[in-house]
Structure formats: structure tokens, C-alpha cells
Design a protein around this ligand. Sequence first.
Ligand code: ATP
Ligand code: MG
Length: 436
Amino acid sequence: MTPRQSATELARQLREAGHVAYFAGGCVRDQFLGHEPKDFDIATSATPSEVLALFPKANEVGAHFGVIIVRHEGHHTEIATFRTDGSYKDGRRPEAVTFSTPEEDAQRRDFTINGLFQDPDTGEIIDHVGGLADLQAGVLRAIGDPVARFTEDSLRLLRAIRFATRFGFAIEPGTWQAIKDQAHLLARISPERIRDEFSRIITCPNRANGLDQLVDSGLIEQFMPEVLALIGCEQPPEWHPEGDVYVHTRIMLGMIGPDAPLELCLAVLLHDIAKPPTQTFDEEAGRIRFNGHDALGATMSEEILRRLKYPNHVIEEVAFMVSRHMQFMNVQQMRTAKVKRFMSAPTFPLELELHRVDCASSNGFTDNLEFLIERREEFAAEPLIPPPLITGGDLINEGLTPGPRFKVILEAAQTEQLEGRLIDREQALAWLKAQL
Ligand code: ATP
Ligand code: MG
């Protein structure tokens, strides 16, 4: 059973019990745009206790706000009573809700394209907010007075950019003006919720435009002001004919694939984040330099992502990728053991993509990329880092006492192995004796 079939079945049961039940919000919008929704929400005239009477095993944690979650055939469907949200005290959530009519329920929703209902049986769309016309025209518009709507729930500021980015919609001028005027209200929203919206924007295929909108609206200043310094940060034109660091970064964001994982999107966004603070003018060579921008960039990326409460593994991977992005320029000078170790990092496939777009967006060089792709094929038959030929036990057998020297010797043995000079254990033991 698909999510749609499951939700249709639940709606039918509500109707048979005498209640009104519609599909509501995102699922109606997505179907209209030709995307099969991943989950279906139902809006109904039944009160939470009436919903619970029909589905006694449902999850009632949201009943206070009028929402019951029903598990049916492996799918979770939210069944929400038509309601009006009471006043918002803190710009985050309503203090109380009142059960009401479909018209009023549509009015409490954020954007017209999210305010539609659909009759599950006939497919008829019920539009109290002008959402159909906006869907057709590709317009994102707040329902009601935009200033009031962003003031009562300031997360909507970011949701607006997210939906506009995801669907490639234009933000209606009054809504856009309100976002700009109210951008400072984002300060009331928790870093976790900002992070979740931001992640969804930066992983959209259309993420370069999303970033522009975050910049132009003033929203990014509220949570990642470091990005603003990229704008107008000049680079040597012979390496970067495309323009300043912001232009370079946004071109790269557009070049990575539509399904690029979050870690790659963040690494691309942040790879040159330390260019502004490291920029110097080398008088002798007559050119701009950014010495150490990779190492400082890793530190800054870590700070930024920690502030936004990203999980540790995301922070570590992104900082690691930023710290290594300049090493791609030297791969052809590395000896084999070093190349293998470099390529053995779990993030290497993402880093290769970062490097590809770093060049493709600027100087167009492909030699380091091609070199690494060839090495990858050449080394593909065996693990990059094979099991060691000798271990600490062998050193003890040779009469050595465990200590810092062990690591040095074992690493030297691994280097010989990676370089192909030691093939088996016998050779490795002979090499060890010769070393000692
Ligand atoms: P997605 O595909 O991202 O889930 P969605 O439109 O379903 O998009 P949800 O956050 O799941 O978004 O919310 C479901 C519906 O609830 C929205 O379509 C909208 O009608 C309403 N809604 C959600 N969040 C808000 C909000 N902050 N303010 C007003 N209405 C909201
Ligand atoms: Mg949803």
C-alpha cells in the first residue's frame, strides 16, 4: 500500500463516521506540481477525541494542538483538526488553538501554495487562499499580512526561501519586502531549527539561487555572516577569471550534482571561507595571496557548523575536506604511499568532486583530477591500505620494548608496502632485521 492509498483509506473512515476529511498542505501542492508526496496530511472536522475513537491505537502526543498521528500499513499520517492558532507570544509557537472551519484552517497556514485542501475521493481542490493561481504562476506568497505572519512565527522567513528555492518560484514583492524588513527576527529561532531549514536549502539542486536569496534578504547575516565577506573579496584574475570568492563559490554550488550530499554542499560553501581574513597582496610577485586559508578555513567551518549545532560527524567531515582542498594541487608530486594514504580518506570521493568543481568554475585545469582518476583505476584491484605485513608483536620478537619508536617503524614498513617494495611477510621480516 502506498502512502496515498493509506491516507485515502483513513480519510474514508473519517467520512463514513460523518466527518469532513481533506488532504491538506504540502501533499496537495506536491501533487499539483507533479511530484508524488512522501507523506500525506489530513485535515478534518473531527476533534482529536473523535479521531482517537476511530483509531484507538493512534499517537496522541499532539492532541493538545489538534494533531493525531495514525500508523496504518506502515505509513504515518497526521490527522489534524481544522483549527485557528491563538496568539504567538515568542515568535515560535501559538499559545493555544481553537478548533474551527476549513476556511480558518487555511488562513493559519504560512504560504498560499501550502494552504490548499483536496477531496481525496474526487480530487477536487478546495482553495480558500488563492493558492492555485500562485502555484500556476510560480509565486510564493504569504497568506494574509506578511509582516504579521513573519512576526508571529519567524521560522517562516527561512521556510519562504526554502520553498522558493525548491520549486524555483518567485517571491511575491510584498512577501519579499517583509522578509527583508523582518530578517532580524530570525534571532528568536533556535540554531537547530535554522540548521534544518538551511540544510534543506543548501541541498536543493537550485542551491546557488537559494544562497543569493539568503544573502539578498539579509537572513544569512543572522546565522552565517562569514559568507558575506566573500562578496567583493578579489582574487588573482589569472587563476580566477570568473570573479570574486562569492561568485566562485556560487558557481561551484551550481556545478555539483542535484543530489549532492549535505557534507559536500557545506564543504563547497565553506571551502574558501577564510580567504577574506587571509588575503594579502604580494608586492614582489604583484599578486593577491591567501596563505593558510585552507587551515584557517577548516577552523572557521568548524566554528560555524558547531554554532548551528550540526552533528559532530558532519562538522568533522566538512572541516577535513576544507583543510585538504589545496592539497589536490600537489598530488602529482606525492610519492605513491602518500597518494594512497590521501585517497584512503572516507571523504575522498566527495573531495574529488569538490576539487573538480573548484577547477571547473575557475581556471579549468583538469590535470590533477585526471591524475587521481587514473590512480584510482590503477589501485582499484586491492585495498588502498592493505592489512599490515608486520605488527608490534614482530618488533617485540626482535627484542624491542614497546614505545614511540614502534609507530615510526611500523609506518615505515607500511610505506614500503604501499610503494610496492615489500610484497609479503617474509620480505617484511627480512626488511625489519636489516633496519635493526
Ligand atoms: P515538506 O515537503 O517540506 O514536508 P510541507 O508543506 O508538507 O513541506 P510541513 O512542514 O510538513 O511542510 O508542514 C505541513 C503543512 O503545515 C504546510 O504545508 C503548511 O500548510 C503548514 N505549516 C507548516 N509549518 C508551518 C508554519 N511554520 N506556519 C504556518 N503553517 C505551517
Ligand atoms: Mg510535510
